[in-house]
Structures are given as structure tokens and as C-alpha cells.
Design a protein around this ligand. Sequence first.
Ligand code: 5GP
Length: 133
Amino acid sequence: MATVFEMIINGDIPSTRLYEDDECIVILDINPVQKGHALVISRKCYPTFTDVPMETLSHMMEIARKVDMKQREALHAEGTNIMINNSPASGQEVPHLHIHVIPRYAGDGKTPAMSKGTYGEGEAAEYGKLLHL
Ligand code: 5GP
């Protein structure tokens, strides 16, 4: 079944398009964290960050940076969150790769609510070994 983003790309569902090229499109998120919240979406449907070819991902990051600069210029954003939810366990709702670019303002209270913890004795070293590249 086509993802909602494939339907948007095919023009079956309306969207506010900010940009498009051969690799990706940029639209406004229908439920913005802040007004101007944009999604950089791969034209081809790669379900996750882990599936997309590196060249496409690099290109999408380049476009995400242009969106960031435009949000700073046109909306006077003081910062942005550049986010990819990667797989359902992380909160990804649409299984079609997209990068969120969210304009942010000092004290806007919109910080993604992730509760942070601490490591117990020796745990950081264990995780360090497990994750060493
Ligand atoms: P995810 O949770 O997969 O990272 O983000 C999916 C995003 O797509 C959500 O922020 C959601 O608001 C947005 N979204 C879902 N359906 C539509 C739609 O039909 N149109 C637009 N413009 N955005 C959508």
C-alpha cells in the first residue's frame, strides 16, 4: 500500500510544497510543532534512514540545511531541530524516509520531551565497548 507521502508525491493528496527536485520534495507538516515545520521527503520510498542510499541521504541533508536557512531568514527562527524518527519504536509514523526541520525560538517550550537518565558504575564503559565503531 502506498504511504501518505507517496500519495502526496503523486498529487493524490494536496500539500503545501516548498521545493522539489529529482530526489526529494519538501512540504509543510500538516500538524506542525511550530508553524513552518517542514518535511524533506525522499521521492522514492525508503522505509527508514537505514535503507536509503548514502548519496540520496546526503542530498536530502543539503536540502534540509537550505530549509533551515530559509526558516531563519523568513521566519526569524533562532534555531531548528533537524530530526529523523527511525523505525516505529522511535515514533516513526510514516514508513517513508523524511527529515523534519522544525523552527525553534528561545523559550518556546517545544523541546522534544525525552527524559534523560544516567549511567550506573561501569555502564558507560560497557556501552562504549558495545558501540565502538
Ligand atoms: P514521523 O512520525 O513518521 O516522523 O512523522 C510523520 C509526519 O508526517 C508527522 O509529523 C505528521 O504530522 C505528518 N503527516 C502525516 N500525514 C500527513 C499529511 O497528509 N500531510 C502532511 N503535510 N503531513 C502529514
